[in-house]
Design a binder for this molecule. Structure first.
Ligand code: C2E
Ligand code: MG
Ligand code: MG
Ligand code: MG
Length: 285
């Protein structure tokens, strides 16, 4: 990366970068065997309805339990998997696991209404010709209704996307799969462009929520979020907020009209049974 970014001027002078590069190389070459050996696992972070506080589902977040290095977060290995193409089989594994999990939750909570699962998609998966057929096949084989699945795509992955790239997402949306625009507000998307995208949910990036950590929050930050929510709702998009860490943030975001929230205030990413327990608590309260 250093080379492609700016020549090799600093490479020799920076032994730390060297160590990082070795680690990166080591991790990259270990990825395929890790998938085969089942070293990946998924944590689920609850998605909560801001209006009534009920749990509506969870986002699937993949982790790697490395035999030497312990638990490694996705920010460290997803880019490597994306680079080598391993993200395609890894992403398919995450999708199938998550769809199975959503099916289990829903079967255990018939009264609670369907519990949905959100799965992150990498740009390379978006471009893969089997995205639609794989997704349909998994949903049918597992027996989950498409409406219980939401695929998260980052804003930057769709910047400048032409119609060919959008076609598979459109097909999935027509089937009833929700498409969410992840990390919204960090890219450079033209707001008017939103109308063209087959998305039904905007996930407002954590940086907006962070701006509300202090009380009173910066009035300009509030105006920006208020404006985004108004625009989203006028386009029939629901708004999910990431990174809610305090009750004060949750109150503020509810007042601003956001629909769903996710963050440490509600729950950290955890094992699938966490969602089961939270949904059970909902049903009995
Ligand atoms: P993301 O999709 O934006 O996921 C939200 C990230 O914010 C997660 O980090 C989550 O643990 C973290 N988070 C949630 N609530 C809070 C909070 O209240 N405060 C703070 N400070 N952080 C919070 P995580 O699990 O490290 O995942 C990082 C990114 O890795 C994800 O960002 C997503 O882009 C990617 N990722 C995770 N799983 C997958 C996957 O299966 N496939 C692909 N392609 N990408 C994945
Ligand atoms: Mg996400
Ligand atoms: Mg996100
Ligand atoms: Mg984010």
């Amino acid at each position: 990366r250093a080379k492609s970014a700016g020549g090799n001027r600093f490479e020799l002078a920076d032994p730390e970068a060297d160590a990082r590069a070795i680690t990166r190389h080591g991790l990259t070459t270990a990825l395929p065997a890790a998938l085969e050996r089942g070293e990946f696992f998924i944590e689920y972070q609850p998605l909560v309805h801001l209006g009534d506080g009920s749990v509506r589902g969870a986002e699937a977040l993949v982790r790697w339990l490395h035999p030497q290095h312990g638990i490694i977060g996705p920010d460290r290995f997803i880019p490597l998997a994306e680079h080598t193409g391993l993200i395609v089989p890894l992403g398919r594994w995450v999708l199938e696991e998550s769809v199975r999990q959503a099916r289990t939750w829903t079967a255990r909570h018939k009264d609670a209404g369907p519990l949905r699962v959100n799965v992150n998609l990498s740009p390379m998966q978006l471009n893969h010709p089997n995205l639609v057929s794989d997704t349909v096949e998994i949903l049918e084989r597992v027996g989950l209704e498409p409406g219980a699945l939401c695929l998260e795509v980052t804003e930057s992955a769709l910047i400048g996307a032409d119609d060919d790239l959008l076609k598979p997402l459109r097909r999935l949306a027509e089937m009833g799969v929700d498409i969410a625009l992840d990390d919204f507000g960090t890219g450079y998307s033209n707001l008017a462009n939103l109308r063209r995208l087959p998305v039904s949910i905007l996930k407002l990036d954590r940086s907006f929520t962070q701006g509300m950590q202090h009380f009173p929050a910066d009035p300009v930050d509030l105006k920006i979020v208020e404006g985004i929510v108004a625009l989203a709702h006028s386009l029939d998009l629901a708004v999910t907020v990431e990174g809610v860490e305090t009750g004060a943030q949750a109150d503020q975001l509810r007042e601003l009209g956001c629909d769903t929230a996710q963050g440490w205030y509600y729950a950290r990413p955890g094992p699938p049974d966490q969602l089961h327990e939270l949904a059970l608590a909902d049903a009995t309260s």
